[in-house]
Design a protein around this ligand. Structure first.
Ligand code: 9Z3
Length: 349
């Protein structure tokens, strides 16, 4: 499929017919998980939901302040969720995501005037800081030197990119444009996504949810989980995981019914990407789905906003030059998302 796709005139391949026979009647029915199922899922949270007590109050305050100033508010989720295998967790499953997409997106949303709630995996890449973490030859510490004369640290850099980044960081900070909240487990993630989403409802159509986190589809309920570290003496490990209730429909229809909702779809097989992405549009009612393939997700994404179309609405790529200079594809992605959000606000005043 990758080779075919390169050869096609538009650069886009039609979805393989194997995945398309889904009737409109079935596909059009929105999928919304029952509230009981959501409640049940959160009550069986294995290791509790570890958060500072005032986390949600800080969200309420943050949203209140920015809505009062007429700012748009976006929730950006980023990083992979964990699935603990033991109550005292030594082993866990993880989803692929280092937080590059989410953390880069934060910077461009802030540049576009948004206030950002960054729901991220603990220890994943952070906005602004990521530029120092991803340095190839230098290390962050190479920029710092101890100066005995002033008994202080001196920063040594003539790197323009870093200068711009620092300026943006300090501006965002002084304007209180960024609120960070971390998660680790799938339970923490979904719990926080629900609570935080419900708190941006007051932003109405000026609210945006941008789901870039890589979220596990399977988990081990605490009833099936052992207390202590699984011992290897017992031989091979058999695991049967339960499906995670699909909450993306409830997000759109119940938690933030007036907000603009953008989600990412990660696949490894191009021939099913189109089907899966349009399914998210139809089943969950998302406004925009951004599809990407694990093999080249930093260089190419597909935008889907029409469930009935047999092709993605558009495709974005990084040129050779942009790859070399390490330019972010997210800049272009956020430009697109912001202009669609503007239209959404105009239509939903
Ligand atoms: C993505 O597809 C993101 O673009 C990546 C970004 C995870 C590939 P990195 O953080 O990677 O820059 O290293 N995110 C969505 C992945 C996902 O699991 N989506 C769910 C699904 O496909 C729906 S929310 O079912």
């Amino acid at each position: 499929p990758m080779a075919d796709r390169k050869r096609s005139a538009s650069g886009i391949l039609r979805t393989s017919s194997q995945h398309t026979p889904i009737t409109d009647a079935v596909a059009a029915a929105p999928y919304i998980v029952e509230e009981e199922v959501v409640k049940e899922f959160f009550t069986v949270a294995p290791s509790g939901l570890v958060q500072p007590e005032d986390t949600l109050d800080r969200v309420t305050q943050f949203v209140h302040d920015h809505v009062a100033r007429g700012n748009r508010v976006v929730i950006i989720t980023s990083g992979g969720t964990t699935v603990p295998l033991e109550k005292n967790t030594v082993r866990f499953l993880d989803n692929f995501s280092g937080g590059g997409r989410g953390s880069a997106s934060v910077e461009y949303f802030i540049e576009s005037g948004y206030a950002v709630i960054f729901l991220h995996r603990k220890n994943s890449l952070q906005p602004y800081q990521r530029h120092f973490m991803l340095l190839k030859d230098d290390q962050f510490l190479d920029y710092l030197q101890w100066d005995d004369n002033i008994n202080s640290i001196k920063v040594q850099s003539d790197n323009q990119k870093i200068k711009t980044m620092l300026q943006r960081y300090h501006k965002a900070k002084s304007e209180h444009k960024l609120l960070k909240i971390s998660f680790s487990t799938i339970h923490e993630y979904l719990y926080l996504l629900k609570e935080v989403s419900e708190r941006i409802r007051v932003a109405k159509s000026a609210g945006l949810v941008y789901v870039a986190a890589a979220v596990s589809d399977f988990y081990l309920p605490s009833a099936k989980m052992v207390e202590h570290k699984i011992q290897s003496i017992k031989g091979p490990l058999d695991l049967t995981l339960d499906p995670v209730p699909k909450m993306l429909g409830a997000l759109k229809h119940h938690w933030v019914p007036r907000a603009f909702v953008v989600s990412f779809k990660l696949e490894t097989d191009y021939s099913i990407l189109h089907y899966k992405a349009t399914q998210s549009l139809e089943r969950y009612g998302h406004h925009l789905v951004i599809g990407n393939l694990l093999q080249n997700y930093r260089n190419e994404v597909f935008l889907y906003d029409d469930a009935k179309s047999s092709e993605p609405t558009s495709r974005m790529t990084r040129s050779e030059e942009e790859m070399k200079s390490n330019a972010d594809l997210e800049k272009e992605i956020i430009d697109q998302v912001v202009s669609r959000h503007t239209l959404h606000i105009e239509l939903n005043q």
